[in-house]
Design a protein around this ligand. Structure first.
Ligand SMILES: Cc1cc2nc3c(=O)[nH]c(=O)nc-3n(C[C@H](O)[C@H](O)[C@H](O)COP(=O)(O)OP(=O)(O)OC[C@H]3O[C@@H](n4cnc5c(N)ncnc54)[C@H](O)[C@@H]3O)c2cc1C
Length: 255
């Protein structure tokens, strides 16, 4: 192999790729970051709200109290955290009309709370095997009002299709607080003032990595001398090692 272009090729410029670039830089390693899109940040994507200077998050945005690493990277890149606005009003659609306020406590909501607290305590649920959120709502006999309330909160915390996602996924979010769906806001403590996209940009800039945008990785080959990464736009990077920071579902497009 001819002289490598860098020590490490980082595949993907989401927050994981940006963190990889920072860590390599901290260890004195030179890095090239290869990103398929024309921007960094991946699932962290910030744009200004139409015609204003207000940053709007289209992807990941909330930072929980235990998200230590992102807090450290924000501090390192001079990014301020903003406390999340408290919830001042509940409105949700029950399929027929717009509802206001919390639904009256019922047995189904009580069950949600109990099951979320079981999750929090690391105790088993009183059922075996996988249960989708829809199956769970049937199991706890949620009436249409409770169902709409639960799904409204699920939209905020995960937003997967309730016909497929696991009930435990929803309950794990409720477990952030006192077990009620609305208490999941306890975890959604901060956002970043300029946006997650700006954090990723600053992390990569601070790492001094060479950033290649519009460079979808097509193949990675390895031999005893290192790795060669080839992109669909013809970019080729030879490195001593590669770090893959792409989502798992994108790997099937890479040879
Ligand atoms: C709508 C939404 C809301 C969310 N809300 C929150 C939240 O509030 N709090 C929270 O903690 N998390 C949240 N998340 C999750 C969080 O955003 C992600 O877990 C995180 O951004 C993933 O970062 P990553 O770097 O691992 O992956 P990604 O951000 O997906 O980055 C992977 C990068 O790899 C690139 N890539 C893909 N294929 C290739 C290729 N062939 N060659 C080169 N590059 C490639 C992609 O373009 C992308 O830039 C949310 C996610 C979404 C979508």
């Amino acid at each position: 192999m001819t002289k490598p272009d860098c020590d490490v090729a980082v595949l993907g410029a989401g927050l994981a790729g940006a963190a990889a670039a920072c860590i390599c830089s901290d260890h004195g390693l030179s890095t090239v970051v290869l990103e398929a899109r024309d921007r960094v940040g991946g699932r962290g994507f910030t744009r200004n709200f139409a015609g204003t200077a207000e940053a709007l998050e289209f992807g990941g945005s909330w930072i929980a109290p235990w998200h230590d690493r992102i807090r450290r990277y924000a501090e390192r890149t001079g990014i301020t955290l903003r406390p999340t606005h408290p919830v001042i009003e509940h409105r949700w659609h029950d399929g027929e009309m717009l509802r206001k306020g919390l639904p009256p406590p019922d047995l189904a909501l009580q069950a949600v709370k109990e099951h979320a607290l079981l999750y929090k305590a690391g105790k088993p649920f009183p059922w075996t095997g996988p249960l989708t959120l829809n199956q769970y709502l049937e199991r706890i006999k949620a009436d249409p009002e409770t169902r709409a309330h639960v799904l409204a909160w699920w939209t905020i915390s995960g937003n997967g299709d309730p016909a497929y996602i696991s009930a435990s996924e929803f309950l794990s979010s409720c477990a952030y607080g006192d077990g009620s769906p609305e208490s999941m806001m306890t975890a959604l403590r901060h956002t970043l003032v300029p946006g997650v996209g700006v954090l990723a940009e600053r992390m990569i800039a601070s790492s001094k990595a060479r950033l290649e945008l519009n460079a979808p990785v097509a193949s990675v080959s390895q031999n005893s001398n290192g790795v060669t990464v080839t992109c669909m736009n013809g970019t080729m990077v030879k490195a001593r090692a590669a770090i893959c920071a792409m989502p798992l579902n994108a790997l099937r497009f890479v040879e």
